[in-house]
Design a protein around this ligand. Structure first.
Ligand SMILES: Nc1ncnc2c1ncn2[C@@H]1O[C@H](COP(=O)(O)OP(=O)(O)OP(=O)(O)O)[C@@H](O)[C@H]1O
Ligand SMILES: [Mg+2]
Length: 261
């Protein structure tokens, strides 16, 4: 089967050819359809750049990227994205923030008039999955940071993207909220099976959620190792205290420390 995301010898240099910064160097990576990948690595190693390249928001300098059998040449539209800061629109309530992509992205945009009620139901279903039933009419400034982040994850999923790109989506949250959202994300992934690429600083999060953890290093930004995570799903949170989990955690941590010095 062809990979869903295929990086073939990709390099990306910001700035001029000579003295620009090599943010990605010779990246080769294949991600299967429905796979859950996490990318970890020190600050500045090119994780966000990797996401920008995959979604076509920044052109590569050499090599090629294929997403869903098509070479990436500009913005890819089968993608949903969520970032560390929720970036909700303050003048829209929760449900209308979640619905936003359907008003903007094709093919849903042209069906907006006819399918509005179905879309609203899908938004409510997603909000229920992240425990936000009852907050549909609230505005972002009436929600806590964790609640806003949940809304933003629902928004990234509403158009049923085949590929979900998450750039440290839980970074700003307290540990308990973060763990709740890991469980919610795992549920969503098990139900809808999008391909997910999650960038995170949190090794526990990466090992708990992913099928495979990719470890990157900086200067130049490159992949140095990968770790396959063997645990069955659904994974209980208590797994993170398991000794096998601890071994994988330590091995990844060591590899990151090696490349951080
Ligand atoms: N638009 C840009 N123009 C020039 N250089 C950039 C640009 N965006 C990022 N860089 C540089 O590219 C390198 C990789 O940046 P990137 O944002 O991908 O790192 P990161 O791994 O996501 O870091 P962090 O963990 O801090 O978010 C950094 O040295 C950064 O300064
Ligand atoms: Mg980043």
């Amino acid at each position: 089967m062809q990979p869903f995301v295929d990086f073939d010898n990709v390099s990306l240099r910001y700035g001029g050819e000579e003295n620009g910064l090599l943010a990605l160097s010779d990246i080769n990576l294949k991600v299967k359809e429905g796979e859950f990948i996490a990318i970890v690595g020190p600050s500045g190693c090119g994780k966000s750049t990797f996401l920008k390249a995959t979604t076509g928001l920044w052109p590569v300098t050499s090599g090629s990227i294929t997403v869903n059998q098509e070479k990436v040449r500009g913005p890819v539209n089968c993608v949903g994205m969520a970032f560390q800061n929720p970036t909700l629109l303050p003048w829209r309530n929760t449900i209308n923030n979640v619905l936003l992509p359907l008003e903007v992205v094709q093919p849903q945009r042209s069906m907006w008039g006819r399918k509005r009620q179905d879309y609203i139901q899908s938004a409510k279903d997603l909000l229920e999955m992240v425990n936000l039933t009852g907050s549909e009419e609230k505005f972002p400034w009436q929600l806590s940071g964790g609640m806003q982040q949940r809304v933003s994850i629902c928004r990234s999923l509403i158009h049923e993207p085949k590929l979900l790109m998450l750039d440290e989506p839980f970074g700003a949250l307290d540990m308990f909220t973060r763990e709740d959202l890991w469980v919610a994300l795992q549920d969503i992934w098990l139900k809808k099976r999008p391909t997910i690429i999650l960038v995170t600083h949190d090794i526990r999060e990466a090992v708990y959620l992913a099928d495979r953890v990719i470890i990157m290093a900086a200067r130049p930004g490159r992949i140095v190792a990968e770790e396959v995570i063997p645990f069955e799903r659904p994974r209980p949170l208590s797994l993170t205290f398991d000794s096998e989990f601890g071994k994988i955690f330590s091995s990844i941590r060591e590899k990151i420390t090696e490349v951080s010095v």
